[in-house]
Design a protein around this ligand. Sequence first.
Ligand code: PMP
Length: 438
Amino acid sequence: MTDRNDEWFDRARDVIPGGVNSPVRAYGSVGGTPRFLASARGATVTDEAGRTYIDLVASWGPALLGHAHPDVVAAVQDAASRGLSFGAPTSGEVELADLIASRVTVGTARPVEKVRLVSTGTEATMTAIRLARGVTGRDLLVKFAGHYHGHSDGLLAAAGSGIATLALPGSAGVPAPIAAQTLVLPYNDLDAVRDAFALHGDRIAAVIVEAAAANMGVVPPAPGYNAALADIAHEHGALFLLDEVLTGFRVHPAGFWGLQQAAGEEYTPDLFTFGKVVGGGMPLAALGGRADVMDALAPAGPVYQAGTLSGNPLSVAAGLATLRGATPDVYARVDAAASAIADALSAALTAEGVVHAVPRAGSLFGVAFLPDAPRDYATALTQESWRYAPLFHAMLDAGVSLPPSVYEAWFLTAAHDDDAVSRVIEALPAAARAAASA
Ligand code: PMP
């Protein structure tokens, strides 16, 4: 039976490559027709066929407060009434930079001294790397297999997210000399990092790592791993770049770094990147960190970066309203909803005898069809990934929208109340049965 989603997808494929403006949306690994969304509110999204789903995608992270939160919508409407874009500095940008810096604080540690606003996570990481190269005068970059930092040329090697979902080694169109500047190492393996620095230490500008990997499924760092990465980088005069685009302001008021500091794992990134929650659903991302490094950005310094829409007033308004609304109660609610669903998911799969793990990084979790949670990309790729499509579709049929790939995290919001959580939990046994029979 075709419905409005099929009609739109047919039309979309005629004018948009693959029918989507970002690859993972295409249901490539789960099959079927992507839902064309018409509206979203609280914990739910509604498609073009008029069907409403409990949503565990949350726009891939930004909707921490829930979709279309009234305070965020009002802030954006108010900003819109004063003008959509000025291409000039605004007071809101200063307030948001201040708020980001003051949120990323635990005890006396306040590692974000200066902030620059950009429009996407891709720009944030791309700029952070240019900055690291600019201040160190070195070219090489260390990244980890399965980590996704956006789609700039040097960062697509062995990247997660859609690269993992579509089982691609990287991207066509990246010149070999650029790819050769990126050393891709296995995650959670400090010896590999020590070896790389022993060989190339004086040529490595930076180590970039997802604060907790969540683009190859959820793969948290081993205890002490992030701190050791910071130490190794610093011993060799390289910078340590913590990518919190996905985790920042989502898993803790001060991001995954904050969660780790609060748990006693102390380290100081030179630069952070933020996205998603910091823009509250509008195009906004940021990089921030040590003042002396950040001051190398133009016009203060020689490293160039710019953007017509950088610090856009509507995006800034959404970011300010979202961060101001992200109170301790919000994190408690998101944590509780995540735990309830993660536990129920594991119980349902166990009841059906499906070999699985439900890895967690704060409120982020996902499923891996392996006996133990994977520690790296090579292991994540060995899972019985085909079990995810039937699970996904059983949930969708029951009115629950999951990320359309086993390599993505499930996202909760503060709007997932007991009723929404119950609806997800009630759908899980049948979905687990579908996964078992795959
Ligand atoms: N870094 C990480 C850790 C991400 O998860 C993402 C996007 N999922 C990005 C960077 C890129 O952000 P954007 O899609 O806004 O360019």
